[in-house]
Design a binder for this molecule. Structure first.
Ligand code: UDP
Length: 195
């Protein structure tokens, strides 16, 4: 489907099923070309008014989905377009359900201990492989170390849950270094998976 533009940000009007199909293709391509995914919500649009680096990270994303009804409503009002919802949580659990043991996932973000718990639960519930885990409370000078840790993990899928803007700008800045085929900024998803 043709990419839309909402408040100067890209928006891909894909269904959850289409998004899962596209991400599945990217994850298992031999070339392991890196791709970033943004799940757009109204809070992002507000932050983008004052944060040009956040705008750039979203504009550079390979897939931008509507995380919830706020974006669906805005697209209807402003663009007269029906955009399906493809929330971060559904993308993450959908990929794990579809690919199970074929999939190695790196869990990055949330408070110390949460990523480990999320990984344990996901391994138990979906049978996915855990490529690695790291908490999300580190400062910019440590970014490179974390990015290299992710790069060495061989993950197909990186879940970056460090809050709006930080997670998207991190994925965008380090995408070539990390070289993970699919990197999703996914807010509170690790907390939910941790239970
Ligand atoms: N988070 C993090 N590092 C930070 C700030 C937040 O890892 O520096 C985590 C936080 O623990 C939570 C997730 O990011 O698991 C989403 O946080 P929050 O809801 O505060 O961010 P929002 O997405 O609302 O901006």
């Amino acid at each position: 489907p043709t990419r839309l533009s909402l408040f100067d940000l890209p928006l891909d009007p894909v269904t959850l099923d289409q998004a899962l199909g596209q991400l599945g293709t990217w994850m298992f391509q031999e070339a392991r070309a890196p791709h970033t995914v943004v799940t757009l919500n109204p809070e992002f649009i507000v932050q983008c008014q004052t944060q040009p680096d956040f705008v750039k990270a979203i504009q550079a994303a390979d897939l931008v989905t509507a995380d919830g009804v706020g974006i669906v409503w805005a697209a209807r009002q402003l663009l007269q377009q029906e955009v399906p919802r493809a929330p971060g949580f559904d993308l993450v659990t959908g990929l794990m359900q579809r690919h199970r043991g074929d999939l190695k996932v790196f869990f990055l973000g949330a408070k110390p201990g949460v990523a480990e718990l999320a990984a344990q639960n996901a391994a138990r519930d979906y049978g996915i492989g855990v490529a690695g885990t790291h908490h999300g409370y580190f400062d910019l000078p440590e970014d490179q170390r974390v990015a290299e840790l992710v790069a060495a993990s061989g993950a197909h899928l990186l879940l970056t849950a460090m809050g709006a803007r930080r997670q998207e700008t991190f994925n965008q800045y380090w995408r070539q270094v990390m070289g993970v085929p699919v990197m999703i900024g996914c807010g509170g998803v690790l907390d939910v998976l941790a239970g």
